[in-house]
Design a protein around this ligand. Structure first.
Ligand code: NIG
Ligand code: FE
Length: 411
């Protein structure tokens, strides 16, 4: 592998001197940047960086590919820690139904929503699911994403959940993005379990989980804990079984209501609790005293027209906040992390620096990749974004809807 030198970088952002824990509260204010900088990459790893004035004499110019980044910024590639990128069909018909007045929850109750996606996925061959997901991965890479978590959850039967997780396994092998897989069998109750929901929980725990653990098909376990979906008691049971099978929790909680799922996640050592559009003081206290990352999904709030997560309150309480897209066909048909940065600033009043930290280093930690990805640190993978010529880093969230990424380099 040729070594690479990126020179004349207008601003090299996201520098962290050493390996680290997630940034909490006040620590998120600073996105350390060097102006007029260079970055050296050896065997796909960051080997050196600094101001251009210090470049002379420290670089071996043999066997070196040189990229001139005059006028451009370099920063860590985005780490999108919550997506549902494997799905069969888009759902713009439901989007139109919502415009006409139906709510997301009402569409779900009528057998649309997640069950709609499950019906479509059951019929789709594995190779087609892979091909479509690969296109989506190419699209998010073009917008600056280098690492992504992908959930199952549109299977909802033993065969189809396994099919989804095998698709994700193939994506891990074929894609140059770093991918983590999450088992979300408890995403919705199939129609046939409507009158006996605990029997579906039994199926998840006793039939799906053992095969998934045995075949090593998932890194994490997820549950959609919400009214009309999985209860806190069911969440508790499934997480206990998941943890016993070696899967750490990353869960959907508090999208529409506060049911106590945050505390249950924390109790089971969740890596992250995600959504949090609704949050009470108990939840804040649970998160404050834990290592669990709070992940907000502002594109989902935008698209469903629901409240945004109270991120400033979390930051005041020194909680580690990550931001992700939630890319899925129902609530968030977008995997654009630049738009997530814009929404975080405009709708949740994060500063551009806080939003960049939440979409890079804290996103990496929300996939347990914080010691390998998510910052400009010597020894980390050199997975980076080179922007187009832009005036400043603040321009990234400011210029919403524009793709400022020229190139995403992944190793
Ligand atoms: O995170 N809320 C649960 N799951 C997804 C949406 C799934 C869908 O509508 O297809 C979410 O928003
Ligand atoms: Fe989700």
């Amino acid at each position: 592998m040729a070594n690479i030198l990126i020179k004349n970088i207008k601003g090299l952002g996201g520098i962290l001197k050493e390996n680290n824990t997630p940034l909490r509260g006040k620590e998120m204010a600073n996105f350390d940047t060097i102006s007029d900088a260079f970055l050296a990459i050896e065997d796909g790893e960051i080997s050196m960086y600094g101001p251009m004035s210090e470049l002379a004499g420290v670089i071996d110019w043999n066997n070196l590919e040189v990229i001139d980044a005059e006028g451009k910024y370099v920063l860590p590639a985005f780490c999108d820690s919550h997506t549902h990128i494997v799905f069969a069909k888009t759902r713009e018909d439901e989007f139109v139904d919502r415009i006409k007045g139906l709510s997301y929850e009402e569409i779900g109750k009528k057998g649309g929503g997640i069950l709609n996606s499950a019906r479509k996925l059951a019929d789709m061959p594995e190779e087609e699911l892979v091909a479509d997901a690969m296109k989506r991965l190419a699209l998010i890479k073009a917008h600056g994403t280098g690492a992504v978590e992908i959930k199952s959850g549109y299977g909802l039967s033993v065969a189809a959940e396994l099919k989804m997780l095998r698709v994700i396994k193939t994506l891990k092998a074929q894609s140059d993005l770093t991918i983590k897989a999450t088992f979300l069998g408890a995403h919705a109750f199939p129609m046939e379990y409507k009158e006996n929901q605990d029997a579906y929980v039994d199926l998840v725990i006793n039939e799906m989980l053992p095969i998934i653990a045995e075949e090593n098909l998932a890194d994490y376990i997820d549950v959609f804990c919400e009214r009309n979906y999985f209860t806190p008691e069911q969440l508790d049971r499934i997480l206990a079984a998941g943890v016993a099978a070696g899967l750490k929790p990353k869960i959907h909680v508090n999208q529409f209501s506060v049911l106590g799922g945050v505390g249950i996640g924390v109790k089971h050592g969740a890596v992250s609790v995600d959504h949090l559009e609704e949050l009470d003081d108990n939840d804040i206290n649970e998160l404050k005293n834990s290592k669990t990352i709070a992940t907000a999904l502002p594109s989902c709030s935008f698209f469903l027209n629901i409240p945004y997560s109270p991120v400033l309150k979390m930051l005041e309480n020194d909680i580690a906040v990550a931001l992700a897209t939630d890319y899925n066909p129902g609530s968030t048909p977008s995997g654009n992390m630049q738009f997530v940065n814009s929404l975080a600033c405009v709708k949740m009043r994060m500063t551009p620096n806080q939003a960049l930290n939440a979409t890079t280093i804290n996103g990496a930690h929300a996939m347990e990749m914080g010691s390998e990805l998510g910052s400009i640190t010597v020894g980390k993978k050199a997975n980076i974004i080179i922007t187009k010529e832009i005036p400043s880093l603040d321009y990234i969230p400011y210029s919403f809807g524009e793709n400022v990424v020229e190139q995403t380099l992944l190793f």
